[in-house]
Design a protein around this ligand. Structure first.
Ligand code: MN
Ligand code: MN
Length: 402
């Protein structure tokens, strides 16, 4: 071992868990080489980062050509801390291809409130942890209040004002998806911001109240995510008397849906068919057991934005014109598949892989490579692929996880 590679091995132990494990077992640091090709990496390297992208360091031989970057980790997004929690975002500014969808990971401590606000984009959310109370009011004057827990969704149409509060015992964490990659969580319309930028005499006229009533407004920068006393435990008590509730509920119990089950995993699909409010975001929650794959497929309607919840994965993307690249993912990473590109996702870990596929669309749609070939005249397929018909038979029914 040279001095440099020994030093790298030491960095390794201080770095990623995977490399630490391989160093402990005496395994050599991975190098960009295979028999007859490449070499070691004697110069500077970020070994911990290399360990997170093994398919970049040693590309599968089937990879070729140049694709845009299709991965960004929330770990590389700045976290903004507030008195009631924190937030970080992955938008088109972080992941250049993601023009369709932007994501936010947000934590609200027990009692922590995301200030009453609205925005131009529609907001879709998946509860990752804990419990929250959400409120909204529609243009029709109907109100909405509900409690959500792990696996529950909400959807607030563009312009609809809303709030989120972390409940006991330990608040909540959730993933937000907005139907515009250019979304910025710093440019939402905040309640205190507007109050601070209207003359007090005008506020007095508008609310038909004395101007002194508005003398102690907090500055617009003092709220955003801040603590408020916990609401009544019974959500019914938080409903405003003598008002109508919003017709299309803004929340949905995704885990209550009967999943598509296969021997190696499950898929739950939620779009405007079973969650009518969700007019611009469709989603699938995919669970894949170790060794399983989300089958080779593509989407005929739009790009796919992914969020990895747990486990370890590799995604191979086929971009036509002999271009293909493989990306590695872990919990907290975002993946992206541009419109119509073929792809698969493989569980490369030893635990269940869980991730969300999201689409800027009112409906979920995919095309299975296997099903396409099963439903095409066999002689035609055989003429293309020269397969051994004794050994390969295609499936007429779709099996999303194999
Ligand atoms: Mn919002
Ligand atoms: Mn897909």
């Amino acid at each position: 071992m040279t001095d440099l590679s020994r030093r790298n091995a030491l960095f390794t132990m201080a770095g990623g868990a995977a490399l630490a494990a391989s160093a402990a077992s005496g395994a050599e640091l991975a190098q960009p080489r295979r028999p007859g090709f490449g070499g070691d990496d004697p110069g500077p390297r970020n070994a911990a980062r290399d360990s997170l992208s093994p398919d970049m360091l040693n590309q599968p031989v089937t990879d070729s050509g140049t694709l845009p970057n299709l991965k960004f980790s929330f770990a590389d997004a700045p976290t903004k801390e507030y008195p009631g929690g924190w937030t970080r975002q992955v938008t088109v500014r972080e992941l250049g291809v993601s023009k369709n969808i932007a994501g936010v990971d947000m934590r609200l401590n027990s009692g922590g409130v995301r200030e009453l606000h609205w925005h131009k984009e529609s907001e879709w959310a998946f509860m990752l942890y804990g419990n929250a109370r959400i409120t909204a009011v529609g243009a029709d004057g109907k109100s909405f209040v509900d409690d959500v827990g792990p696996g529950d969704l909400w959807y607030f149409p563009s312009g609809v004002p809303h709030s989120i509060q972390g409940l006991g015992p330990d608040g909540c964490e959730f993933l937000l998806a907005f139907d515009d990659g250019g979304f910025d969580e710093d440019s939402t319309f905040l309640l205190t911001d507007w109050f601070n930028h209207v003359p007090p005499a005008l506020l007095a006229k508008n609310f038909q109240a004395p101007a002194e009533a508005f003398a102690h407004l907090p500055k617009e920068s003092e709220r955003y995510i801040f603590p408020v006393a916990l609401p009544p435990a019974d959500v019914q008590k938080d409903r405003i008397p003598d008002t109508e509730m919003v017709g299309n509920r803004f929340s949905h119990r995704m885990m209550a849906q009967e999943p598509i089950k296969t021997p190696h995993g499950t898929v739950r699909i939620t779009d405007s068919n079973n969650f009518p409010a969700a007019k611009t975001i469709a989603a699938a929650l995919v669970e894949i057991e170790p060794g399983g794959i989300r089958e080779l497929h593509w989407h005929p309607n739009t790009d796919e934005w992914q969020y990895y919840i747990e486990g370890q994965a590799r995604m191979g993307v086929f971009a036509a014109n002999a271009h293909a690249r493989t990306f590695d993912f872990a919990a907290g990473d975002v993946g992206y598949v541009p419109f119509a590109m073929g792809h698969y996702i493989e569980n490369t870990g030893s635990t269940t892989l869980r991730f969300l596929e999201m689409f800027k669309s009112s409906y979920y749609a995919d095309i299975s490579l296997n099903q396409w070939l099963a439903l095409t005249p066999p002689e035609l397929v055989q003429g293309h692929l020269n397969l051994d018909p004794q050994k390969v038979s295609f499936r007429k029914d779709k099996l999303p996880v194999v």
